[in-house]
Design a protein around this ligand. Structure first.
Ligand code: UD1
Ligand code: MG
Length: 454
């Protein structure tokens, strides 16, 4: 297979015009799967397949879609298709992008988020090998609605849209996924030759095949599994795409040496990084931006977003790591512990019922059950620092900004508002006192009197 590495590639992402089946205030392509918009998945996919330039075609007034495109692919050119006259017409809305020279043109749909970079690359490779048009095909379980790939022996002769197809043509199960690659030097001329003489009076991108063949040019088909080319038009398909991507992400993680006891209950993000020999128990959710180092254990029912877990650390069960939580080597974060924007040193134990926010904790400190860092006064956030080897007694409140020196002890139930010196003991609670015999005296005084019901 010829290599595409040295060839320039323009990707045109079609995101104009959508149906109404999502029933949403949000444009369809901004709906997320595995923590990233569908548009984001497609932009990342074409970039990974070597697209040097990306143009996106949006519908009129879709500034939100344009903004997401620029966020995900800075430098993306945005074009507006003012009227929805078909997929070829949409591509030509990016005529200015097409006029600059490129070797390969990739045309992709923003609502088809599961195509793998290798598939885009395979289409490009066909063009590098001399095809003028390379189409992505798949064997459809139910071909109704799809364009059919009409073969002439081993070569692709044309694509017939379902609505335009004869009964015989509709028997074909080899269908058009919608994406294609075209030779960059011929693309504009092929696209300009497409007309709208069909049932829908649309300019079909699919007609690029018949046009190219008519000019004596070569066409090619690349196939992919149906699960990779599925499009999303409603919330049911959105959930199916999510399930499909989750399966792929879990399988990749397990192939790389991650143990999942019940993989179907673990939810990953597109960017979750999990190293070898990590064990993940059932019902764990990973939001975007999580990195877990070798040998860590994520116990059942934990929720992690935007955080780093160090080697050999133990998280949960029932732990919540929020953005900016950095958990050190072999630290232990136990049940009902929430950590946000905090650096937790190596070997630290925070075993039960605790909130740590905007805090730095030195190595081997021990944080007792029910410790709360009071980091917010309703207006500003402030930080706590807890030194190495410090011991915070259970049910303490640390009112930020405050520093606990290395090796210091804080007595249980303290409300700490001032810094504590290293190796000192700080107790900040009412002193215990005792009145001998008080309780017995109290009961005696009430003997024989009627009791109110509790
Ligand atoms: C298209 C293909 C069909 C293929 C199917 C796969 C054409 C003519 N047909 O049909 O062969 O089997 O996808 O799902 O290409 N769009 C615009 N502007 C337009 C029209 C469409 O931007 O004027 C965009 C849509 O937003 C969408 C994509 O192009 O992202 C495909 O359009 P859609 O109407 O869904 O085409 P299908 O009828 O599904
Ligand atoms: Mg469609």
């Amino acid at each position: 297979m010829p290599t595409s590495a040295s060839r320039t590639c323009l990707a045109i992402v079609l995101a104009a015009g959508e149906g109404t089946r999502m029933k949403s205030a949000l444009p369809k392509v901004l709906h997320q799967i595995a923590g990233r918009s569908m548009l984001g998945h497609v932009l990342a996919g074409v970039a990974a397949a070597g697209a040097h330039r990306i143009a996106i075609v949006v519908g009129p007034g879709r500034e939100d879609v344009a903004a997401e495109a620029r966020r995900m692919a800075p430098g993306a050119e945005v074009y507006v298709q003012t009227e929805r006259l078909g997929t070829a017409h949409a591509v030509l809305a990016a005529r200015a992008a097409l006029q600059a020279p490129c070797d390969d043109l990739l045309v992709v749909f923003a609502d088809t988020p599961l195509v793998e970079p290798a598939t885009f690359a395979a289409l490009r490779a066909q063009v590098a090998g001399g095809a003028s048009v390379a189409v992505l095909g798949f064997e459809a379980k139910d071909p109704a609605g799809y364009g059919r790939l009409l073969m002439d022996g081993a070569t692709l002769a044309a694509i017939r849209e379902h609505k335009d197809a004869s009964e015989a043509e509709r028997q074909t199960t080899l269908c058009n996924a919608g994406l294609m690659a075209l030779d960059g030097k011929q693309a504009l001329q092929i696209l300009d030759a497409i007309d709208n003489s069909n049932v829908q009076k649309e300019f079909y991108l699919t007609d690029a095949v018949a046009v190219a063949r008519g000019q004596g040019a070569r066409t090619a088909v690349v196939t992919a599994p149906e699960t990779q080319v599925m499009g999303v038009n409603d919330r049911l398909q959105l959930a199916q795409a999510e399930a499909q991507l989750q399966k792929r992400l879990r399988e990749n993680a397990m192939r790389e040496g991650v143990t999942m006891i019940a993989p179907e209950t673990v939810w990953l993000s597109h960017d979750t990084q999990i190293a070898r020999d990590v064990v993940i128990e059932p019902n764990v959710f990973f939001g975007p931006g999580v990195k877990v180092a070798e040998g860590a254990a994520i116990h059942a029912n934990s929720h992690l977003t935007g955080c780093e877990v160090g080697p050999g650390a133990s998280i949960g069960p029932f732990a919540r790591l929020r953005p900016g939580a950095q958990i050190g080597v072999k630290a232990k974060i136990g049940n009902f512990v929430e950590i946000k924007a905090s650096q937790i040193g190596a070997g630290v134990a925070i075993s039960h019922l605790t909130y740590i926010g905007d805090t730095t904790i030195g190595a081997n400190a021990n944080i007792g059950a029910g410790t709360i860092t009071c980091n917010y006064d309703g207006f500003d956030k402030a930080r706590c620092e807890i030194g190495e080897g410090a011991f915070i007694g259970s049910n303490s409140a640390l009112v930020a900004p405050v520093k606990i020196g290395a090796g210091a002890y804080v007595g249980s139930g303290s409300v700490i508002t001032r810094d504590v010196t290293a190796d000192a003991l700080a107790v900040a609670r009412g002193r215990q006192f005792e009145k001998p015999g008080w309780a017995a005296e109290f009961r005696r005084a009430r003997e024989g009197k009627p009791k109110q019901r509790p």
